[in-house]
Design a protein around this ligand. Sequence first.
Ligand SMILES: NC(=O)c1ccc[n+]([C@@H]2O[C@H](COP(=O)([O-])OP(=O)(O)OC[C@H]3O[C@@H](n4cnc5c(N)ncnc54)[C@H](O)[C@@H]3O)[C@@H](O)[C@H]2O)c1
Ligand SMILES: [Zn+2]
Length: 377
Amino acid sequence: MTVWSFPTRIVFGAGTASQTGSEAKRVGATRALIVTDKGVVKTGLVEPVLASLKDAGLEATVFDDVLGNPIEKNVHDGVAAFREAKADIVVALGGGSPLDVGKLVRLGIHHTRPLVDYDDSTGGDQYITSNVPPMIAIPTTAGTGSEVGRSGVVTLDVNHRKTVIFSPHLLANAAILDPELTRGLPAFLTAATGFDALTHCLEAYVSKGDHPMADGIALEGIRIIASCLERAVAHGDDIEARGGMMKAAMMGAVAFQKGLGAAHSLAHPLSSECGLHHGLANALVLPAVVDFNAKATEERLARVSTILGGEPSAAGCAAALRALRLRVGLPESLGRVSVTRDKLDSLADLAIQDACHQSNPRACSRDDLWALYQASF
Ligand SMILES: NC(=O)c1ccc[n+]([C@@H]2O[C@H](COP(=O)([O-])OP(=O)(O)OC[C@H]3O[C@@H](n4cnc5c(N)ncnc54)[C@H](O)[C@@H]3O)[C@@H](O)[C@H]2O)c1
Ligand SMILES: [Zn+2]
């Protein structure tokens, strides 16, 4: 048996942040807590969202204590802010970090167990019920696709691991994809978040399991990224390219309902231990993972390579990824981002505990993961 699920009402288009108020009203909300971060506040992107909520007659409070690579405290503080504001809806505005924290703030309102109990890798989804306030997700990066995903990712106090908390009940009631909100995203973040979207599409397409819908969406996502990522990096004002990247990011997250792979298991400890941006971490390890997976899924990787303009082989795919990474200005090796080889043992110990590699097309041991880090230097 395979269970196939599809998400979320998605409102797409330049200027659609102005629909936030009407979308909140659709679900009967009257008081919003905007969950965001200080970087987003600085860009001024909160203003159109606040204005739209106010125009629709809603009260709104801003909570901006969310870190990149969020920690448990961000969730607890957000829950306290929601209660204090007497809010009845979360409007999560930002990159994956505020969107994930937004989902977990919803969870925390009526679910009172310690967050570790909800860890997806230990079956925590069984404790998550539909008793969560509604949420609208408004991405300001084009990478994680968290706006249409069912998971919140947070580094927990008890284990210092990036932990996935997953449930269909955490799906946003609506996602608003307004490419205008990414117009000012700097080139580095555009490239790094774009590589996250690419990694989602690629890992989903080659992951274990049978999911033709996810496969089709992943391939189309890769095609859009091939045509839009470099344009968005080079010309931030290219609103068509920005819109393409927002679509591809959303499609990557739909596709990875099928599963992810070893690159994400390697990337998560690079963020929690070394503070690397998630998309950058993926970009650094993905080519080595593609080389490793060649034995298991040569044909699919050849197809991806062709879309990326590479030779029709797995080796061609890894080469095309390295070339694209270079063209969008991302660093080429872990050594360039101050990860040191003496960390490899502890990184590999954490990577093997991460659940994502379980759907990798080729099984990986702890030593394989260690070798993949080594190959990414
Ligand atoms: N839930 C999921 O399915 C999922 C999937 C992938 C990644 N993630 C998680 O998402 C997080 C990464 O999210 P991200 O890559 O979007 O980065 P992010 O949310 O951490 O944001 C990175 C930086 O970009 C800034 N920023 C955001 N939008 C901006 C804009 N328009 N202009 C200028 N600056 C802007 C932020 O202030 C922040 O400083 C990680 O914690 C990762 O683990 C979750
Ligand atoms: Zn990711």
